[in-house]
Design a binder for this molecule. Structure first.
Ligand code: NAD
Ligand code: IPM
Ligand code: MN
Length: 361
């Protein structure tokens, strides 16, 4: 098997977690005799420094011809005062949009070693296993810049969705619910927003084709409370772009750290862009202490969804679990009687565990 993987390290700890992940993928490639060709391209602040724009054409073209893309994170204080259209974050929004990656899957499941690591009580989180299906290429994020600020007296952001954009994400969520515990929670603000009313109508219409899936509608404010007080009541959550962004950082608390959460940004074919949920973490960048697990677990999702390598994906996930069970973790996590190690040391230990898992298979 030969695959072309574009690496978009981006900024801050994005770079650190991408290089960590490459180490693990190289172990998989070596042990299973696959060829993973890595092509590194600039995005975000790094691209602004080199090309004056956050998503250069060369980067987009490389992604369009790749089998999959791994993205670290973009942004940082150096570029925070730039206008919105040329900020690093704009590069991320553009690449998602231009590659048509309308569905962002954010699985949230606590590793057994980390049940004590959350500030939430173990009894509330031990049975939680949920999937946030976030719409990724519409809504408030894609309001027209010219409409945003006419003068300094007023400002407008537009929340615009076309019916088909809502239909395709809701459809995807029903499919995932069918393959899991068959429970779908649709999160909206239909008591206020017109877009949410249409969203709710669409969920109701689509549910007719999925009689085996139970559907629950919940307002986003109540959902954010219930995610913390009763997370195990959720299976699949489907929601629009910004609600999904906010709820997923909140849900990361269940797993012990934002640094734990992976994601897959996909469309209708097997192509995908895989990115951790966290950002470039300027407060810890360059210190060698970033948690690489969200990115490494994103690469496992790439193996599973884009390359059909279920066994190899599971090997990585098991290696992560066993490393945590041995007590090794970066400082963002709190494991009782655990040992805090650097990013590089953690990655070396996971690489060893991957080797062990391969031998056992
Ligand atoms: P952030 O996710 O970068 O960091 C939030 C907090 O979580 C920080 O305290 C950070 O140290 C910690 N954290 C995050 N990931 C971690 C990891 N892997 N290991 C250990 N600790 C981790 O969010 P922020 O501080 O609000 O934003 C910083 C920059 O990142 C901004 O420029 C923002 O726009 C950008 N951002 C980018 C992405 C992305 O590229 N996908 C996502 C979110 C934020
Ligand atoms: C994420 C990030 C991005 C988003 C930002 C950096 C544009 O927060 O991937 O969750 O809001 O989508
Ligand atoms: Mn976010």
């Amino acid at each position: 098997m030969k695959k072309r993987i574009v690496l978009l390290p981006g900024d801050g700890i994005g770079r650190e977690v991408i290089y960590s992940t490459k180490v693990i993928l190289n172990v998989i490639a070596k042990r299973f005799h696959y060829t993973f060709e890595f092509i590194e391209m600039p995005i975000g602040g790094e691209a602004i420094d080199q090309y004056n724009i956050p998503l250069p054409e060369v980067t987009l073209e490389a992604c369009q011809t790749a089998d999959a893309v791994l993205l670290g994170a973009v942004g940082g204080p150096k570029w925070d005062s730039l206008p919105a259209p040329i900020r690093p974050e704009k590069g991320l929004l553009e690449i998602r949009k231009k590659l048509g990656l309308f569905a962002n899957l954010r699985p949230v499941k606590s590793f057994s070693a980390l049940l004590h690591a959350s500030p939430l009580k173990e009894k509330f989180i031990k049975d939680s296993d949920l999937l946030i299906v976030r719409e990724l290429t519409g809504g408030l994020y894609f309001g027209k810049p010219s409409e945003r600020r006419n003068n300094d007296k007023a400002v407008v952001d537009t929340l615009y969705y076309e019916r088909y954009e809502m239909e395709r994400i809701v459809e995807k969520a029903f499919q995932f619910a069918r393959s899991r515990k068959k429970h779908l929670t649709s999160v909206d603000k239909a008591n206020v927003l017109e877009s949410s009313k249409m969203w709710r109508e669409i969920v109701k219409e689509k549910s007719k084709a999925y009689p085996d899936v139970t559907v629950e509608h919940m307002y986003v404010d109540a959902a954010s409370m219930k995610l913390i007080t009763n997370p195990s009541s959720f299976d699949v959550i489907v929601t629009e772009n910004m609600f999904g962004d906010i709820l997923s950082d909140e849900a990361s608390v269940l797993t012990g750290s934002l640094g734990m959460l992976p994601s897959a940004s996909i469309r209708s074919d097997s192509f995908g862009l895989y990115e951790p949920v966290h950002g470039s973490a300027p407060d810890i960048a360059g210190k060698g202490i970033a948690n690489p697990l969200g990115m490494i677990l994103s690469a496992a999702l790439m193996l599973r969804f884009s390359f059909g390598l279920e066994m190899e994906a599971t090997i990585i996930e098991k290696a992560v679990n066993h490393t945590l069970l041995d007590g090794y973790h970066t400082p963002d996590l709190h494991i009782e009687n655990g040992r805090i190690v650097s990013t590089d040391e953690l990655v070396a230990r996971i690489a060893d565990k991957v080797e062990e898992e391969v031998l056992q298979n």
